[in-house]
Each structure stands twice: as C-alpha cells, then as structure tokens.
Design a protein around this ligand. Structure first.
Ligand SMILES: Nc1ncnc2c1ncn2[C@@H]1O[C@H](COP(=O)(O)OP(=O)(O)OP(=O)(O)O)[C@@H](O)[C@H]1O
Ligand SMILES: [Mg+2]
Length: 150
C-alpha cells in the first residue's frame, strides 16, 4: 500500500488507460466514496480525448449497473455491482460472454469468481490526508509487472 496524491492517482489512471486493450478487466475495490467512479471517469474521458471523440459525462452506474462507452473499435463497459448479491444476478448480465471483447471497469467486483486472464485490481483506501488515497495494485496476465512500469 502506498499513499498517492489525487494528482498522482490521475497520472497512474492515464498510464493504465494507455495500456488497456480488448478483454482487459479493471477491478476498483474500496469503500463508498473513496473515488472508484472518479478513477473510471479519468480513464474513460482520457481515452475519448485520445481517440478524438466527444468527451461525455461519466455517471456512476450504481442504479443502472452498467454504462457503455464506444471508443473507435472498442467498447468500455463500466459496471457497478454494488446492488447485485449472487452469481445468478451476474450470469444474467453476461459480463464475460465470449462474444464480448470489451474493456471492463468494474466497481464492487466482490461477487465475481470467474478467473480473468488480464486483470488489474486497484485497491483504494482513505488516508489521513483528504487529498491522498492509499493505493495497492494487483495485476495478473499482462498487468502482472505493471507496478514496475510506474
Ligand atoms: N480523485 C478525486 N478527486 C477529487 N474528488 C474526489 C476524488 N475521488 C473522490 N472524490 C470525491 O468523492 C466523491 C465520491 O467519489 P466517487 O463517486 O468517485 O466514489 P466511489 O468510490 O465511486 O463511490 P461508490 O462506492 O458510491 O461508487 C466525488 O463526488 C468527489 O467529490
Ligand atoms: Mg462509484
């Protein structure tokens, strides 16, 4: 766990965004209001800008569960699974269906038990300083050595 300022966190988010490709999965793990949606917003708006697309609002998917964003030849699916409670609910969503090659950014991913090839877990905690967060990154597949690239 390392303390990062919100500015540093934004920079890290953009580095993550630059590395994202199809089927990648980002898990955002941390308490209510710690900044998960904010981080997803940075990633999505950054990629919209990079692809010369319109910068859109990125709202919390707490009630809708999913918001979708189209990049040039890729989709970003931004999920918030807070209101789901079991794997049946999850199956209905079809997050990991074979036809779906989108990038997935998932808040409250606790109920996901599927093993995912290329996944980056971002664990966020409040720190004493309100402008900082405690961050831990855990990656597998192509994200395994991402920490060393920062
Ligand atoms: N990086 C940040 N910079 C500035 N403000 C932030 C940041 N992260 C969080 N906040 C503040 O905290 C509020 C809640 O953040 P956010 O919605 O991103 O949290 P969350 O972890 O997605 O919450 P939830 O668990 O409800 O989905 C924001 O409206 C904002 O005021
Ligand atoms: Mg949120």
């Amino acid at each position: 766990m390392k303390n990062k300022s919100l500015d540093q966190l934004t920079k890290i988010s953009k580095k993550i965004a630059d590395k994202l490709s199809k089927n990648d999965c980002i898990f955002l793990i941390g308490e209510i209001g710690v900044g998960k949606t904010t981080l997803a917003r940075v990633i999505i708006n950054y990629l919209q800008k990079k692809n010369s697309l319109k910068i859109t609002e990125v709202l919390s998917p707490t009630f809708n569960i999913l918001y979708e964003y189209n990049l040039k030849n890729l989709k970003i699916m931004h999920y918030d699974l807070y209101r789901l409670h079991n794997s049946k609910d999850l199956d209905k969503l079809g997050i990991f269906s074979k036809e779906d090659e989108s990038i997935k950014i998932i808040e409250w991913p606790k109920i996901i038990k599927t093993s995912i090839k290329n996944k980056l877990e971002i664990h966020m905690k409040y720190s004493k300083n309100e402008n900082e967060r405690n961050i831990k990154l855990l990656g597998n597949g192509k994200w395994e050595n991402f920490l060393n690239e920062l």
